[in-house]
Design a protein around this ligand. Sequence first.
Ligand code: AMP
Ligand code: GLY
Length: 422
Amino acid sequence: MKIMVIGGGGREHAIVKAIKKNPAVETIYCLPGNGGIAADAVCVDIGAKDIAAQVEFAKANSIDYAVVAPDDPLALGAVDALTAAGIPCFGPDAKAAVIESSKVFAKDLMKKYGIPTAEYEVFTALDEALAFVDSHDAPLVIKADGLALGKGVIIAETKDEAKEAVRSMMEDKIFGESGSQIVIEKFLTGPEVSVLSFTDGETVCPMVSSMDHKRALDGDEGLNTGGMGTIAPNPYYTAEIAERCMKEIFLPTIRAMKAEGRPFKGCLYFGLMLTPKGPKVIEYNCRFGDPETQVVLPLLESDLLTIMQAVTAGKLAETPVQFSEKSACCVVMASAGYPQSYEKGFEITAGEEAAAHTYIAGAKLADGKLLTSGGRVLGVTATADTLADAVKEAYRLVGETHFKNAYYRKDIGKRALAAQEV
Ligand code: AMP
Ligand code: GLY
């Protein structure tokens, strides 16, 4: 079989490596991929948003199955276009991807179907949004409606900060047109859990839970990033909470999307907060998380491609989805300065063992050398019988991976390990 994976980060590298395990796979093409993914797939210089070129490529190369991984092409209708061209693929169509690309859609869906989430109001007029801030207590959470590279959320500790956030989105358009419509919601507290799930629109099959570390610095300080590391499973997510989430959140969401005429097929990511009043949805993503995928897929014992094809065929209920009882830890190594400005072009070297556990996010090949080319450069994932051992092993392998100006958090998994002890 010939497989095409759209995207080019650490998540896509993890997907490529997992698909490669299927013996029926002859070639995997990754569009555009990156210098590290090139070790496992044929990288093709077609951008993740260039849907017309993706369809052309798929037809010209007799692609048997495609996986659309990032949010942008999903929202732009890559799955619709590929499906119309006769290429079976994994991912929601544009109608269903709106669950991520419009926060207003997601919030209204949850309200309509009684799915627990933070209380909120939607605003399209600046003066009304400011008046709302005046009449409510801080902290408040201000969210731009559309996709904003994961940055469209501002947590305002005071009313003044909230007003500034509202103005920056609606007046100064710091997130572009995404800020024409905003959501203001109540600030919730509690541990966060990411649950990725496979769903064919009828059946929902949660994967092992995980925990992201979004802030740049140790102790969850500093700026928000795309994610500096992950662990799985998340110790806060007990069997009892999992059961509650299935009943109160996962199944109701799948049924709601179907009832709205937007059946969701693909990977639906539930960003949850375990509040004192129970689990609530912080966000939906219409795709695999990055870097959650880098700890979840290494724990998947069943064949990924088989599951994906079952999702496309609407046969998930008949397909085994088995995860290992082990734990995993992924430590992201970034270019110093990320998520702000940073230098790139430094050679990456690693021992064979470390390289085998590495998912490359931002690197290019030049004269046979792998050079850093992005903020998040790579993620090193280790699995072990216990979380403590997985963390230790991931850091040991990080110690064998080198590039100039490398920066990584030293405390990935620390909070989870502390939670295990109580
Ligand atoms: P999102 O892009 O919606 O995931 O938001 C980014 C981060 O902001 C989340 O991972 C949470 O840490 C935080 N956040 C979002 N909404 C809320 C909320 N209502 N209360 C507290 N924290 C929130
Ligand atoms: N790690 C969060 C995300 O993929 O959106």
